[in-house]
Write a new protein. Structure first.
Lengths: 473, 473
């Protein structure tokens, strides 16, 4: 399943189908709204022939996309028209909410067949989503070996190498020659994974000692020993976090890597195409975490979305209520000079922006290991200098603008100093908050923003109003 | 270069080297600070033997990492100790600033050799970074065919499939048998790419008509025709944007894809390992763009960082200056009731957070094509309902808190209504700003935040103070 089985740009298709394919997808590979309504119409009419024709023009990945654009009723009607392979692909691509709904409506026997078409990692994910009753039914309807493979995969923790890996792997002993290996593959083709890139060379204890890329096997003489052409491998242990796995693949530009158990024995492999999904996922998680929202999914209901955002909003309300205590303390000053109330949000807002900048850069640098224990002191120092410099420039610009508008030198000085102080504090908070969370073993993207916003708002009000009471009043 | 050539977990290495390898990298695959200072010490002492030993314990990717932790002087001293292959790998991994500095200090002949070790896409990137004089020297020092390949790659636009692809590709005519193909590869092994996963089957006009994965070739009988076992391919045209290419690879779970010119002829291939870098890059760009900062790079100087952040801070200053005009218009009200100045930042801040949430979700959904023309109306409507609901809940919580603190029902009502209005406006701005930018063909992540912050601050002040003047005063 890690490869196209049919395709939009597929060649050697009858021309009428190509027309339909052209109609299906727009320039940007998104489904055309017209095509989606064609499908919906065919479903309404109960026109099975047209439906089959329309679905046949789509890659399974696009059928999964299509499901997202249809109503729940339409989805339910569509499912019986899909073959097990397409259904299998779709199940591994669908958003969690739609998948759960689809899983409820597919008969156990059909599900067992569809899951049989999937790789063990994807299959385990789907089975994991089934309710206890249905899970038992589906597993019972599967061949013994497939069931065992899925149960073993499910025994590993979520988001670890063990869950990510395929158990299907090609291994060969060191003493085999290229010819022996090729003859073996040709004879036992049935037992091999559908697609593989590396042959892992193992010792008698089944520990990987090297890998031979298939393309190297292909161009080496039949009499050459595998041990002669094998390359060193980067082993991944089953319990490694998937984010670490992605980092290793990216850093060392791996195509595939053997996964070993705690005893060092080969138990599976991870290929780079599995990593693409992980990297997408981790990047999305960081974006959403920084914005203080969890992903409710494309087809989440309004309540799910509200629930994914409200906690952060209420937390923000609470911290802001604390921050405005700084204003409360200077009521007298504001009553004397209302201009202070007009200017103070500027100090808080620009500080917030500066803090967010430092925070985003730090979260990215931590994720790519550019910021580590080896250089954190230097990077923190640099951020603070940057804070002082940005604070000086922004303060200068603002003091000139203030003087032009209010003709008050002391007011100009007050806001310039307040901006300098707040941008320095913003830089410090923006880098120290994620660093501290990372040291504590927490996700540096989660809850950093709420802290940075709190600090920059509080310091924005406090520095401006405090300085005003010293300098102005 | 798309594969480990040496490795930290490398097997069959002498034990003393393994110790050094263990010392080099921490649990999280980041370089140990002790190891970095060992290298710096060896450089200071001019201890070439120790240096060679330390470097030999590292994967080229870790040497690139190491460069980032060393001072500019130390880097310059280290370069002569690197072999061309390591230097080639490093050049394709280094951050732009360090790379430019390194490129200045490496003699042209050494550079030509290092670039010769790289794939054409990476090689072109490095050559592109050279200054005109040096570029001419380096190209002159390279063999004719390598030079031509690099010049052709550079003719394609940056961030397109043409720049991303390797020109090295394995093609075979449809009428070949598996046996003919294998014999050919074994005989002409020298001319083949170092590593390949698919053989592209081409027609007489060199247009791809299908692909045979190497693992399928291996297990098919020698007499089978390639045309019988080939699978359809997804063609990528040379001028496709790299973000689109990454989307296609992710969606259809491709391992490799043929790249064709405008006439449909095969000119190269893109493999999924190239895509991992693109996805990382695009995700990072979104995070930084949403925070209003460009990546100045790990080793950017303070001035570079200031320049990467100041424009957005000044823009924020300007929009905020406009937003506070709303406060200016209600000076009289604030003078009468200073409590208004204390509460108004809360309305603005929570609105800003709600807007950021909607924005981050929209940017992510646009990037993954979950939000398209086919469902935008529904998604916008859903966001607005969510805005109203969150506004109601947050407004209710805040009105209770306000009543407890100030015992003023009308003040409670005012802030509740203001929060409701602002969270509704925030939701609308958060979804409509990125959608509009996307429709205009712009990057939805860039400049959306500044707009959303402006709208939520302006509306926060306007709605709260305006309602206060109607209800309270």
């Amino acid at each position: 399943m890690s490869r196209e089985t049919d395709d939009l740009a597929a060649v050697a298709e009858p021309p009428e189908d190509e027309d339909l394919e052209d109609l299906a997808l727009g320039e940007d590979y998104a489904l055309n709204p017209e095509f989606v309504s064609d499908v919906a119409d065919a479903l309404d009419r109960g026109d099975a022939d047209r439906l089959r024709e329309l679905i046949a023009a789509l890659h399974p990945a696009d059928v999964a996309d299509l499901m997202g654009f249809l109503s729940a009723d339409a989805r339910e009607e569509l499912i019986p028209h899909l073959d097990p392979e397409t259904l299998g692909w779709i199940l591994s691509e669908l958003d969690t909410e739609i998948r759960e709904e689809v899983l409820e409506h597919v008969p156990s026997a059909t599900l067992a067949k569809a899951i049989g078409e999937m790789e063990s990692d994807d299959a385990a994910d789907v089975v994991d989503d089934l309710e206890a009753d249905k899970r038992a039914q589906v597993l019972a309807a599967m061949p013994e070996t497939e069931r065992a493979a899925i149960e073993t995969t499910l025994a590993y923790q979520d988001e670890t190498a063990g869950r990510l890996m395929q158990r299907e792997v090609v291994a060969a002993p060191q003493f085999w020659t290229v010819g022996q290996a090729i003859d073996h593959f040709r004879k036992d083709g049935e037992e091999l994974p559908e697609l593989f890139f590396d042959i892992y060379v193992v010792d008698p204890a089944y520990k990987p000692v090297g890998a031979v890329p298939v393309s190297h096997l292909l161009r080496s003489g039949r009499q050459i020993l595998l041990a002669q052409i094998m390359e060193p491998v980067t082993e991944i242990t089953v319990d490694l976090d998937q984010e670490e796995v992605a980092y290793i693949f990216d850093k060392y530009r791996l195509i595939s890597a053997p996964v070993v158990d705690t005893a060092g024995r080969l138990v599976g492999q991870i290929t780079v195409d599995d990593i693409v999904g992980v990297i997408q996922e981790e990047g999305e998680e960081d974006i959403l975490a920084l914005a203080g929202v969890s992903d409710a999914g494309r087809d989440a209901g309004v309540w799910d979305i509200v629930r994914s955002r409200l906690p952060w909003l209420v937390l923000n309300l609470a911290t802001e209520a604390v921050a405005v205590q700084a204003i409360n303390a200077f009521q007298g000053e504001i009553a004397k000079l209302v201009t202070l109330a007009i200017l103070m949000p500027i100090v808080a807002s620009v500080g917030g922006t500066a803090g967010t900048q430092a925070l985003a850069v730090a979260v990215r640098a931590l994720a790519s290991r550019e910021l580590t224990a080896a250089n954190s002191v230097r990077i923190v120092g640099r951020e603070m200098i940057v804070g002082l410099m940005n604070g000086s420039v922004v303060g200068l610009v603002m003091s000139v603008a203030t003087y032009v508008l209010f003709h008050d030198l002391r007011l100009s000085l007050t806001i310039a100093l307040a901006l300098l102080v707040n941008l320095f504090v913003a830089a410090a908070a923006g880098i120290l908050a994620p660093l501290t969370l990372e040291r504590l073993g927490r996700d540096p993207a989660v809850s950093s923003s709420v802290f940075v916003t709190f600090v920059t708002d509080l310091m924005g009000f406090l520095s401006f109003l405090g300085l005003a009471s010293l300098i102005l009043l």
